[in-house]
Design a protein around this ligand. Structure first.
Ligand SMILES: Nc1nc2c(c(=O)[nH]1)N[C@H]1C(S)=C(S)[C@@H](COP(=O)(O)OP(=O)(O)OC[C@H]3O[C@@H](n4cnc5c(=O)[nH]c(N)nc54)[C@H](O)[C@@H]3O)O[C@H]1N2
Ligand SMILES: Nc1nc2c(c(=O)[nH]1)N[C@H]1C(S)=C(S)[C@@H](COP(=O)(O)OP(=O)(O)OC[C@H]3O[C@@H](n4cnc5c(=O)[nH]c(N)nc54)[C@H](O)[C@@H]3O)O[C@H]1N2
Ligand SMILES: [Mo]
Length: 836
């Protein structure tokens, strides 16, 4: 039987409850919420003048109305002074992003908060240092001192690049402009290493180098554009689950025709009607099923291509558009660098071959029919009967970014958007849907492009120190079994050194650690809010303050900059990330001062921040003035301004007009130049490269193609494992397998299977689903106990060092059944289709 029983009654916030503005910290969409906080023992009443929401609770309240407070929205916290408060986190009806809606993640923000008397008591409360065979709680001074001595000693002996890092660079929880500026200043200005990774990839780079090289910043559209467009192209994304309220609140209404009035106003004189959607995904996802049900099958085209064949598909669609002369000739002539067009026509569109030849080849590569490819071209670009051009918005995410070849994957979609002139007008754009929110502000990275592939280097024994903050490479990096082996074996040498020197002081211990690094040891520091799978290998663990425990600012997928206020204390003695880097820098500076090392003193100066806003403003000031402003530029904005701007914030980049900050809705309007030297966009030659040898070898050897991704919970489930609603639903990872293959393998829904290949093994339970075709398995990717990354290969796009996370191959063996799962789970597929 299920153990989770939601409460059947709620304490309401009284009229005088404290109220804060906040944005959900999980995904890029960034829905607005209000936090209500009031002392335990107090309660509001049912009548509108008796509660803080001003709602009449004597009547039935509709879910997702913004007036409803569910048990999962609520918790009771204990502050550092011992006072206890109710907290309810309720979606904001006035926020234009979510209009009162919440996703499964946002709907559980309340229950994710730290409470010493609930499941989230597992939050880190104190720094931990490896001492006498285990990680032991200690003071900040002690943990910082040991860490500072090792980093300082390593820089002196082996140079800046002996320090490796893998740290968040995003907005939302575990990020924001404040913490990113601190990270950048620490690693790029002070440590000055080039051996850096980002939370979700093993090198310091962009997920969309191609788009930027083409002059197209990836955050160029606004959510309203999905309401105003004729055709929404969702490429390699499962938006219903991964960008839920952008999809539900802005995309679906367009398919259902309820945004037609807005279209008439924004696009005067054009023929408009309900929108359509093209979904390009090798799986029949919940997004496909929900779109078909809500918008009608005739408005949805699902191109269920063979995985890894996106480039061939994009090229073929573009070829049809070009052949039919549906492309935007004026746009291409005026806004694209002429010399980049011919190589695109030759290599991407293969104009040297006949259309029939090209389409036959594309059918063969993608597994789609010519009719489907032609229909996609027509929905994107066929001139309407009144002679007007249709508008399309191209939205892509991890099926493309972590696809077969990142650079050309992204480039081939941007090509299509350029060819069809879909920039700079309401209802157009081409960019990422997003992962976390954004919040990038840093001094320049010093390394080359392509940047070093740090997982490779670490596994080869390079580096003395590995600093991991706000991410979990033991489960989320590619070929993660190799990462865990590296952390295990190299980490042990340092543990042995510490065990051998238990009686010594920090200075001696630091020497012993540095000595161990000569023999291949690796000193591991993890800064997180939980004792993650990676933190279990750490010699030092720093406890960070989470969202809501210190102010942070971020932008969402339409560049909406907002302030998340602090509304509660961090657990124990945890501190915000920026402050931890500040403490560490100040300690290294003091060590260098004692040595008279003026170079290091100077590098580690300027970290004496006392408030989050100070860090925010310092980062903001680093944005250069001028027209070619970065997407994130917020110079001129402070916390007071953001408080007043509320949950709708301001859309970056910010410019100051008559002394007032001004944002913008979308890019490239009114002839705004593209971000190249010429001001014109570049097209990119994007021939389909075929499968890389490393991956092909697995495909040849193992029977099932393995892809992976998300569902309704939050990837590494760091909070979710403490929220019964999620933890009970996904106690371990699952696979989706087709009914045909399940039959072949004699698998029943719920069977525990072992998956394996040349890179590792893991387990999962079985869901039988029509989402995948025979020969393919989908796996939830980042469950802390059973990660799909034990099965991904070390392959990265060599041009940009971006992983091909989405493609591997596996063998499968049935292990048996788990009785406790049988008692609780239905094993129904996510796409709600009944399997017969
Ligand atoms: N196979 C496969 N692998 C993938 C992907 C895939 O699609 N397939 N996707 C990749 C992508 S896009 C991503 S984003 C990654 C996911 O990897 P991560 O970005 O690492 O995942 P998150 O779950 O967001 O984890 C954030 C970590 O930050 C911690 N945290 C939260 N708040 C704070 C804070 O305020 N301070 C600090 N210091 N820590 C905090 C959490 O406890 C958690 O450990 O996985 C990547 N790996
Ligand atoms: N609920 C929830 N929402 C999230 C997150 C979460 O963990 N949970 N994480 C956030 C983060 S950090 C990120 S990066 C985003 C990711 O958001 P998405 O990219 O939308 O999510 P994924 O599930 O990783 O992958 C999307 C789809 O790519 C498909 N795919 C696999 N291979 C291919 C291919 O070769 N071609 C194409 N065209 N498609 C392919 C998969 O079948 C999958 O349905 O989600 C964000 N939102
Ligand atoms: Mo992500």
């Amino acid at each position: 039987m299920a153990a989770y029983r939601p409460a059947d009654r709620m304490v309401l916030p009284p009229v005088n409850a404290e109220k804060y503005q906040i944005v959900c910290h999980y995904c890029a969409v960034g829905c607005g919420y209000h936090v209500y906080k009031w002392p335990e023992g107090k309660a509001g009443g049912l009548l509108p003048d008796q509660n803080a929401l001003g709602v009449d609770y004597t009547k039935q309240i509709a879910p997702l109305s913004g007036d409803w407070i569910a048990p999962a929205h609520h918790t009771v916290v204990t502050e550092r002074d011992g006072q206890r408060y109710h907290i309810a986190i309720v979606p904001d009806k006035e926020c234009v992003v979510n209009k009162g809606h919440h996703s499964a993640r946002g709907g559980t923000l309340g229950s994710s908060l730290y409470r010493p008397d609930g499941p989230t008591h597992t939050r880190l409360t104190h720094p931990l240092v490896y001492r006498s065979t285990k990680q032991s709680p200690t003071t900040w001074d002690d943990a910082i001192d040991l860490t500072a001595r090792v980093i300082y000693g390593s820089i002196l002996r082996d140079g800046n690049d002996s320090i490796f890092m893998r740290v968040f660079d995003h907005g939302g929880g575990g990020g924001g402009f404040e913490n990113n500026w601190a990270v950048g200043k620490f690693f790029f200005n002070a440590v000055q290493t080039i051996n850096c990774g980002i939370h979700n990839r093993p090198a310091y780079n962009s997920e969309v180098h191609a788009s930027r090289d083409m002059g197209v910043p990836e955050w160029n559209y606004a959510y309203v554009d999905a309401e105003l467009t004729d055709t929404i192209v969702l490429w390699g994304t499962n938006s219903y689950e991964a960008q839920t309220n952008f999809y539900l609140v802005h995309m679906l209404p367009n398919l259902q025709g309820s945004t037609v009035k807005g279209k008439e106003a924004a696009r005067p004189g054009e023929q408009v009607g309900p929108g359509r959607m093209i979904i390009i995904d090798p799986r029949r996802t919940s997004t496909v099923v929900v779109s078909e049900q809500a918008g009608g099958k005739e408005r949805v085209l699902h191109l269920q291509l063979k995985p890894g064949t996106d480039i061939a598909l994009a090229n073929a669609i573009a070829r049809v558009v070009y052949e039919r002369e549906w492309h935007d000739k004026d746009f291409v002539a005026n806004r694209v660098e002429a010399e980049t067009v011919q190589p695109f026509l030759e290599q991407s569109l293969q104009i040297g071959k006949s259309l029939d030849e090209v389409l036959a080849e594309a059918e063969n590569i993608t597994g789609l029919s010519r009719a489907q490819i032609e229909q996609a071209a027509s929905w994107i670009a066929e001139t309407k009967s009144d002679g007007s051009r249709p508008r399309a918005i191209f939205l892509y995410e991890k099926g493309v970014i972590w696809g077969l070849k990142n650079y050309q994957n992204v480039g081939s979609i941007v090509n299509l958007a350029l060819l069809t002139g879909n920039f700079g007008k309401p209802g157009t754009g081409c960019g990422r849907l997003g992962g976390h929110q954004e919040g990038y502000v840093r001094p320049a990275y010093r390394g080359p492009r392509p940047a070093p592939y740090i997982d490779d280097l670490l596994s080869q024994g390079q580096g003395n120190v590995f600093y991991v903050a706000g991410c979990n490479p033991a489960i989320t990096t590619l070929n993660a079994q190799r990462m865990r082996e590296t952390l295990q074996t190299r980490g042990k040498l340092v543990r042995d050194a510490l065990d051998a020197n238990f009686a010594a002081d920090n200075a001696t211990k630091a020497q012993a650690i540095l000595e161990a690094t000569r023999q291949g040891g690796l000193f591991i520091i993890v800064q997180d809010i939980y004792l993650t799978a990676t933190a279990q290998y750490a010699h030092v663990v720093f406890p960070a303050a989470a969202w809501g425990e210190s102010p942070i600012t971020s932008i969402n997928g339409e560049r909406r900059l907002r302030l998340d206020e602090k509304f509660m204390d961090p657990p124990g003695i945890a501190e915000p990330d920026w402050k931890i880097f500040g403490m560490l820098a100040q300690r290294i500076k003091a060590l260098a001062q004692a040595d008279g090392n003026t170079d290091i003193v100077q590098r580690f100066s300027g970290f004496e921040w006392t408030t989050a806003e100070e860090v925010f403003l310092e980062g903001g000031a680093s944005f250069a003035d001028g027209v070619k402003a970065s997407t994130e530029r917020y110079k001129g904005v402070d916390y007071n301004f953001l408080k007043a701007a509320g949950n709708n914030g301001i859309q970056t980049p910010v410019t100051i007009v008559n002394g007032k900050p001004q944002g913008r809705v979308r890019y490239f309007e009114n002839g705004e130049p593209f971000y190249t030297e010429s001001g014109k966009a570049k097209m990119l030659p994007t021939p389909w490269p075929g499968f890389p040898a490393i991956v092909q070898e697995q495909i040849n050897k193992y029977p099932y193609f393995l892809t992976n991704g998300r569902n309704n919970n939050w990837q590494t489930l760091y909070n979710d494992m403490n929220i019964p609603f999620f933890a009970e639903r996904t106690p371990i990872s699952f696979i989706e397998i087709s009914p045909e293959d399940a039959k072949k393998e004699a698998l029943q829904a719920g069977d525990l299977v072992r998956l394996f290949n040349d890179y590792g093994e893991t387990t999962a339970y079985t869901v039988i689903s029509t989402s995948v075709k025979p020969g393919m398995i989908f796996m939830l990717f980042a469950h802390p106990n059973t990660t799909a990354n034990s099965l991904t290969t070390p392959y990265v796009d060599p041009e940009v060092i971006i992983p091909y996370y989405k493609g591997s191959a596996v063998g499968l063996q049935r292990i048996g059944r788990l009785a406790d799962l049988d008692a609780r789970l239905t094993y129904q597929p996510n796409n709600f289709e009944k399997v017969v």
